[in-house]
Design a protein around this ligand. Structure first.
Ligand code: ADP
Ligand code: MG
Length: 232
């Protein structure tokens, strides 16, 4: 693998396997997978097929048993746990299935909490957070509202803003639309692509729902890249 090859890819997996413990079955076995910089990928797979586990490996939240995960030209195995945390904060945006907002903090503070890791200029962070919130149609009267008092659709948009606040080069999104009806799901995806169009950001969006594939040029099935026997 030459340096220029890894530099051009947002994600490169080589001979990656993962199991949750020594006597547990292998849930992921990916001989090779590459995502280009700025590419937006829809990764579809049944429940239990390893989607969330794969995102955890890409985010450096889990470490593969064998093989190498290279993200934005950096081999994650070469980083200490602390440096991996820093790398994630500075380069990745992650939207988890449950959004993981802090319920007793305001909308703005939920976003600023993520901004602290990436930036030291508080006033600039605050301005960027407010701009981005506006950008996803969360008007300023909502910025001081506690996250616990938001609708699912509003929480989801705060989670996207939080993931984008440090201008990541890779966005990892885990089934954020599973609790939404079709109209809200479509509105959300349109908005997400709108916001991303202005950015140099790759995305891996995982879902069990094949209908979401219509929004993506690049579609991959988990079973196409994962050789492990799934339960799904
Ligand atoms: P998906 O996100 O596609 O639904 P997951 O990545 O959550 O799939 O799970 C993949 C497989 O790993 C499933 O068989 C699941 O039961 C198993 N698994 C997930 N999390 C754990 C865990 N913390 N400990 C043990 N097994 C797990
Ligand atoms: Mg999952």
């Amino acid at each position: 693998m030459t340096q220029s090859q890894t530099d051009n890819s947002a994600i490169l997996l080589e001979n990656v396997t993962y199991r949750f413990s020594a006597d547990a079955p292998v849930v992921l076995s990916v001989p090779a997978w590459e995502v280009q910089r700025r590419e937006k990928i829809f990764l579809q797979g049944e429940s239990g097929s390893g989607k969330s586990t794969l995102l955890a490996l890409l985010a450096g939240l889990q470490t593969p048993g064998t093989g190498e995960v290279t993200v934005l030209g950096t081999a994650l195995s070469a980083l200490s746990a602390r440096k991996r945390d820093r790398f994630r904060a500075q380069n990745l945006g992650v939207v988890f299935q449950q959004f993981n907002l802090i319920p007793y903090l305001s909308v703005l503070d939920n976003v600023l909490l993520a901004a602290r890791f990436g930036e030291t200029d508080a006033a600039a962070s605050k301005q960027r957070a407010a701009d981005l919130l506006q950008r996803v149609n969360l008007s300023s009267d909502l910025h001081q509202r506690k996250a616990a008092q938001l609708s699912i659709g509003q929480q989801q948009r705060v989670a996207i803003v939080r993931a984008l606040i440090n201008s990541p080069s890779l966005l990892l999104v885990d089934e954020p639309t599973s609790a939404l009806d079709h109209a809200n799901r479509d509105a959300f995806l349109t908005l997400l692509f709108d916001v991303l169009a202005e950015r140099d950001c790759a995305m891996v969006f995982v879902s069990h729902d094949p209908a979401i594939g219509q929004y993506f040029d690049s579609k991959v099935r988990v079973s196409d890249i994962n050789r492990a026997e799934g339960e799904g």
